[in-house]
Design a protein around this ligand. Structure first.
Ligand code: PGA
Length: 266
């Protein structure tokens, strides 16, 4: 595990964008796992910027999104299809036919989940999976109770997740879908590399539990401790409860929270 503590959200996003851009440069046919939510928006803006500067080309990459709500059409403003279009795909040159997002409106959702897994296999597996984290420790929509063996499937959302997401649905909980299709924990852990991002003081507790607490189904993100190639980029608020733990456990970490600019990738 490599933990990077950035000064603020902008720095976190810049570091994450640099890291992903480097992966694309090293491997133009990268299979990139994408996440939605507010956390990766800055990373996507960074990638768009690098694309505009002609520093990266998305022409040959393939993308797989973590999840999608059940029942929302791709053009619904709160669907993850729409989110990805607006926050990334409208601005870069990923070929449409190599963008994969679960279809939450598939007539046979079980079949959709199986074919999503098969598709990932067909593309040779995910090279790097971007992840945000929910306050309940979910990654993708793998809510507490998700097993380490879980694969892409239909899940019911936790009350905390529905409440947290109501802000995107006019604060009306009744409008928030209660089910989603999500990659499983095993699907995520099979990625060759994982990049976990978190910002804000409201994520400090769950980050502490995720990285240094017991590995348990009640905090699905804690399974990431088992991943051999995990990078975590945090802002200093999300890292707020870590510093003593990092030091006392001898964990490799780089703290850029006091510096202007800089960072492992410049
Ligand atoms: P957020 O959501 O990025 O909007 O905080 C993260 C998540 O629920 O995975």
């Amino acid at each position: 595990m490599n933990v990077i503590i950035a000064k603020n959200y902008d720095e976190l996003s810049r570091q994450a964008a640099q890291l992903v851009a480097q992966k694309i440069k090293n491997n133009p046919k990268l299979v990139l796992g994408l996440a939605t939510g507010s956390t990766p928006v800055g990373l996507y803006q960074g990638l768009i910027e690098l694309f505009k500067q002609k520093k990266i080309d998305f022409q040959k990459i393939t993308t797989f999104n973590l999840d999608e709500y059940v029942g929302l059409a791709p053009d619904h403003p709160q669907s993850y299809h729409f989110f990805m279009q607006k926050n990334l795909f409208d601005h870069v040159n990923v070929p449409k036919e190599r963008v994969f997002i679960p279809n939450g409106q598939a007539p046979d959702l079980e079949k959709e989940c199986i074919s999503y897994e098969q598709n990932i296999q067909k593309q040779g597996g995910i090279d790097i999976q971007i992840l945000g984290i929910g306050r309940d420790g979910h990654i993708g929509f793998n809510e507490p109770g998700s097993s380490i063996d879980s694969r892409t499937r239909v899940v019911s959302l936790d009350v905390m997740t529905v409440n947290d997401n109501a802000r995107f649905f006019q604060q009306d909980i009744s409008l928030v879908p209660k089910q989603a299709v999500t990659m499983g924990i095993a699907t995520i852990l099979a990625a060759k590399e994982c990049l976990l991002l978190a910002n804000g003081a409201h994520k400090a507790d769950i980050i502490l539990q995720t990285l240094y607490g017991p590995i348990t189904e009640s905090i699905p993100a804690s399974f990431l401790q088992k991943h051999e190639n995990l990078t975590v980029i945090l802002d200093k608020e999300a890292a707020g409860k870590l510093s003593e733990n990092l030091k006392s456990r001898g964990i490799r970490y780089e703290d850029y929270s006091q510096k202007t600019g800089g960072g492992p990738l410049g």
